[in-house]
Structure formats: C-alpha cells, structure tokens
Design a protein around this ligand. Structure first.
Ligand SMILES: [Zn+2]
Length: 268
C-alpha cells in the first residue's frame, strides 16, 4: 500500500466517522425537539436533561389534562324542557350575562329541578297560557350546585358578609336552589322578550323588592304596568304553591328550607 493510498484510506475513514457522529447529534436534537413540544413550559435546560424514560410520564399527564370531564351526576333532577318544552330557559350562570360577569356553570347547560317541582312549574305554564296565550315563563336558574354557591361566595370576599348575603346566600347555611327546589324566573313574550319588571334579574336595589313596590309606585319609580307584570308572575306561581320572597321579584321557593332538607339531596 502506497503512502498516498494510506492517506486516502485515513481520509475516507475519518469522513465516515464524522458522518456517523453527525447522525447521532441529529437524533439527539430530534428527541429534544419532541420533548420541547410536549412540554411547552419547560426550559431548554430542563429538556436537555430529560431522559427518554421521562417521556411516558409526560404523555400521561398531557392525556389527563385533555381528558373529557365526566358529566355531573344530576341525581333525581330533571331538565325542565323534557317535562314542558314550551318553557323558555336562559341559564344566566352558564353565560357571562350575570351580576358576576363570569361563567359559573361549566357542567350544567340545562335547567334542572326536582321532578315534582318541574311538574308543578309545567302546570304554572299551562295556567299562564290559559290567562295569556301570548306569554310564556322564562326561567333563569333552577338547581345551583353548592360548589358554585361557594365559588360565588369566595369571589365576592372583598364585600363584608353582612352586605354579601344580598348578592348570594351564605353557602354555610345553603340555599333552596342547592336542592333544585327554588326557581328564578320571569314572564316573556313568545319571542323571548322579557316583560318589564322595573328592575333586572339579580338587581340588589330596593326597587327589586316586592315589599317596596307600593313605595316605588307612589314615587313614580315603578309604573303600574311594571307592578302588574310582577303581580301576574306571583299569581301564576302561587297557583301551584310557590312562594315569593320579599327581596327578589324573580325568586320563588317550591317549599320551605326544612321541607327541602327532608325531601331532597343537596347537589354538591
Ligand atoms: Zn333565586
């Protein structure tokens, strides 16, 4: 073998070795990139030090994050529209159109009530339509999970408790809504336009209090028609034994808190 041949042979061997090393480097980069994609928050240093054995764990956690949440177990509660499809529903807490301006219901997208309560509400709808075939019930809230009640309560923790109870019932004592035995609703035209009640849903001002209606009628802040609309809502609801409260024209209880506790389970 000539010196020239030995030199050429060494050159080829060195070239082949270098190519093979580059391939190894390239593979390392690919592994690094894959890891970077699977863990967008991780720093480069973290990714460099990751070994292949960490990958299945990362994958498992990513799968867990994107897993579909199981639907909430609604117990014996029923969707009001399966009992009476003509009742309109605008579930305010499943949207941002509420006094907190944020969505609170993520696993409830229908209006649920205890079955016997829903059946009574269906009779209210029939009675209303006998009196006024042009009108319908429009329901804003039914069962409210206790966990949501706590979320509302905590979200307003800058407001002193004495004031806060005007917005949300104290979850420590609970609300009849938690049992699916209280309803927030109004009356609307068939196209869904609510009647003018002189104060909006969840309005905490005294003008929303049924107990102050005669006062605001006298001052002219409520019109006769607005009070008549509220009276029509009370009349039809009371025909099925629903009782109103003094501070919210839209809230009706199907029974007392004691009866609710004895008959039904709280939706956690
Ligand atoms: Zn209510």
């Amino acid at each position: 073998m000539s010196l020239k041949t030995i030199f050429l042979w060494l050159l080829t061997a060195s070239f082949l070795l270098s190519c093979s090393q580059n391939e190894v480097e390239e593979k390392k980069v690919k592994v690094g990139k894959t890891m970077l994609c699977e863990k967008p928050g991780g720093s480069k240093k973290e990714n460099d030090s990751l070994s292949l054995s960490a990958k299945p764990l990362e994958k498992a956690s990513a799968e867990k994050d994107t897993a579909v949440k199981p639907k909430k177990d609604m117990g014996g509660l029923v969707d009001i529209q399966t009992i009476e499809p003509s009742i309109l529903v605008d579930l305010k807490y499943a949207s941002t159109d509420n006094f907190m301006k944020r969505r609170l219901y993520f696993d409830i997208d229908k209006l649920y009530l205890q079955k016997d309560v829903a059946e009574r509400l269906a009779k209210v709808q029939h009675y209303l339509q006998e009196l006024r075939p042009d009108l319908t019930l429009l329901v804003y809230d039914g069962v409210r999970p206790l966990s949501v009640q706590w979320a509302m309560w905590r979200a307003l923790d800058t407001i002193p408790v004495k004031e806060r109870v005007k917005f949300v019932s104290n979850p420590a004592s609970g609300s009849i809504h938690n049992y699916g035995a209280a309803i927030d609703l109004t009356i609307a035209k068939k196209d869904g336009t609510p009647l003018d009640m002189g104060a909006g849903y969840d309005d905490i001002r005294k003008i929303a209090y049924p107990s102050w209606e005669s006062h605001f009628l006298q001052t002219g802040e409520l019109t006769k028609q607005q009070v008549e609309n509220r009276k029509l809502l009370r009349k039809v609801m009371q025909s099925q034994g629903f009782s109103n409260i003094k501070t919210e024209w839209w809230h009706f209880n199907a029974c007392s808190r004691v009866q609710a506790k004895a008959r039904y389970k709280v939706l956690e």
